[in-house]
Design a protein around this ligand. Structure first.
Ligand code: DHE
Length: 587
């Protein structure tokens, strides 16, 4: 790790701890079990919000089990799925967090569990009790709940998928040509997270052209290879396929592919444009390949299996990011808990061929290098980036970023004045930005190494972005505990990165939150996204559901405010996906 990153870490944890009120007096500190801490990364774990709404029954109750009513069990299950399952697994067999099966919890006992839930741990367990997130009664409930056997949520196979599948407008009834005047390539699909909707905003006029109902706590949008169809996935596994050629763009098909899900993608290889779609689920752990025109489910593949290194069975390896290869008719499927990257050949679904790459555990998000040949994905809990070659279907490198919990989104590609083509990631756990050389031909000494790392605004960063037509690199920090930091964005001047290597490149701070002019609440600024020309960059100013939010548009050249988009319909805007950039994987 470089000197810069070490300093970054120290600074972050001190300031984060101060901001969270964790710098406790010595007497209090002694009261806590050893090694308890917290941070932005701990707060950014999957929440099984949809699973939490299922009806469950207390399984196989034994005579000495803690007394708990059915109502209490239901409530505890909901809390567990929403707050705990992301780390400890739906079945409590462990994921990024420790297993909580009854052989372990009963051995540890009620008092231990109560204290652990109250104070948290440095390994990432939040201090649910002392932070006030869980009431004293809820902490007691959860400590008792963990002494009982966990309920197993249902599977979601072909009958359930087919039962949920609807073709709302048949392919033959859809427009034969574009029927609206929208500049589709410059359209932004904006996630309205808590409304369960997306807004389609015109990149030229900033008008909201449509607001479309989608799944619960809707997550991301992806665009078909032709640019005509938009695919959106909710956390409840509902995939909506929206036809952008219609007079009023609307859903033409939908299907629920699981009970908890995060990713969707469509086939992009030549000859396979718009032919297939794919979506990945957290629960049940599986991916499904669908017809690209109707979303008819064609093939469901479970990701249950052995962890790549220990060769130990994992019952619920979640599907994280999915990308479509530009080099082969393949989907790249990243499986979190087993640490495997799958190249799924989609040319023959009956005789499915999959290349399974041993990468690293807890794969999360990532993107292509500028040539689209290499895919770089964060194994975030392991502080690493795995690089795979989509031409050769091979692991190219595993790189320690030197920072804590890399979280690139799709990352940012640009040409560094000294090191040539690089791909960048920021981090959740500290304020460092790491640059990885991506040009094995032209810059072999730098390829697949950290060529530089430097500070941005602060920890709690989720997304980093640039564009081939821009000379700026934008880094957000929405999960930083400091309200001011989380409402600002850092901008680096790329040509200036060629200065003295011992000195960090300077950045400018853009007060995006202030520019939004929102009086009420504590909005966080999240996810820079460029318009199609790469001349404007858009930021979501993400406030609480019942408060005003906004989109702030910045002129990339002058770094001045260009537009604030406000509308009562813009409820909790988070991700934004420009059609052309998403379609062509430009970032
Ligand atoms: Fe995301 C991408 C999972 C919370 C906004 N998020 C992804 C991807 C995964 C993922 C696996 C990659 C998809 C792909 O490329 O195919 N996200 C998760 C979680 O498990 C997590 C941590 C917690 C949860 O319970 O869902 C989570 N994500 C969030 C948020 O809270 C964010 C900030 C706001 C929101 O709308 O939910 C959020 N995630 C995003 C965005 C992307 C994303 C905007 C796509 C970035 C891109 O540029 O492609």
């Amino acid at each position: 790790m470089t000197r810069r990153a070490t300093r970054a870490r120290t600074l972050l944890w001190t300031s984060a701890a101060l901001a969270l009120g964790l710098m406790v007096a010595p007497a209090q500190a002694q009261d806590k079990p050893k090694e308890h801490a917290d941070g932005p990364a701990a707060a950014y774990e999957p929440s099984m919000t949809t699973l939490g709404q299922l009806k469950v029954e207390i399984p196989g109750r034994k005579p000495d089990d803690p007394v708990m009513t059915q109502e209490e069990f239901q409530k505890a299950t909901q809390i567990y799925f929403e707050r705990c399952a992301g780390c400890h697994g739906v079945l409590r067999k462990g994921a990024t967090g420790k297993p909580l099966t009854t052989d372990i919890t009963r051995e540890n006992g009620y008092d231990y569990l109560h204290s652990f839930i109250t104070y948290g741990s440095p390994a990432g367990m939040p201090n649910w009790g002392t932070s006030g997130e869980l009431s004293e009664a809820d902490v007691d409930l959860m400590a008792r709940y963990l002494l009982l056997e966990p309920p197993a949520p249902p599977e979601w196979g072909m009958p359930e998928m087919k039962g949920s599948w609807q073709v709302l407008v048949k392919p033959e009834d859809r427009p034969k040509q574009k029927e609206n005047d929208i500049d589709i390539e410059n359209l932004m699909s904006v996630t309205l997270r808590d409304a369960g909707q997306i807004a389609l905003i015109d990149g030229g006029t900033y008008d909201i052209r449509a607001v479309i109902d989608t799944g619960y706590a809707v997550h991301i949008s992806r665009i078909s290879a032709s640019g005509r169809y938009l695919f959106v996935i909710g956390r409840d596994g509902l995939v909506n396929m929206i036809d952008l050629w219609m007079k009023e763009p609307a859903s033409v098909a939908q299907i629920k592919i699981g009970i908890e899900a995060r990713s969707v993608e469509t086939s992009k290889f030549e000859g396979w444009e718009d032919k297939l779609a794919i979506a990945g689920a957290y629960w049940p752990p599986q991916y499904v390949i669908m017809d690209g025109e109707t979303l008819e489910p064609l093939k469901i593949v479970s990701t249950r299996g052995n962890i790549y290194d220990e060769q130990v069975y994992h019952p619920e390896p979640r599907v994280a990011s999915i990308l479509a290869s530009h080099y082969k008719p393949e989907f790249i499927v990243n499986v979190k808990e087993t640490g495997k990257i799958l190249f799924v050949d989609y040319t023959d679904l009956k005789n499915l061929k999959t290349v399974e790459i041993e990468a690293e555990r807890f794969l999360h998000d990532g993107g292509f290098d500028s040539t689209h040949r290499y895919f770089l994905v964060a194994a975030n809990q392991r502080g690493k980036i795995a690089v795979v070659d989509t031409k050769e279907d091979k692991l190219t490198a595993l790189i320690e970023t030197g920072g804590q919990t890399p979280h690139p989104g799709r990352g940012a590609n640009f040409t560094h004045p000294v090191y040539g083509p690089v791909w960048a990631t920021s981090h959740l756990g500290d304020e460092s930005v790491a640059l990885i050389g991506t040009d094995p031909e032209g810059h072999p000494d730098q390829a697949w190494k950290i060529v530089d790392n430097f500070f941005a605004l602060g920890g709690g960063s989720l997304f980093i972005k640039t564009h081939p037509n821009s000379t700026h690199l934008y880094v957000d920090a929405p999960l930083n505990p400091d309200a001011e930091v989380s409402a600002n964005v850092a901008v680096f001047d790329i040509p200036a990165m060629g200065g003295d290597p011992a000195v960090d490149p300077e950045f400018r701070t853009l007060p995006i939150g202030e520019w939004a002019g929102i009086a009420d609440g504590q909005p966080r600024v999240v996810q820079p996204e460029f318009n199609k020309e790469g001349t404007e960059v858009w930021f979501s100013v993400w406030n609480a559901k019942d408060k005003e939010s906004a989109i702030v548009v910045v002129d990339d050249k002058t770094l001045e405010l260009k537009q604030v988009i406000k509308d009562p319909r813009l409820i909790t805007p988070t991700g934004k996906f420009n059609v052309l950039n998403t379609q062509k994987d430009i970032y």
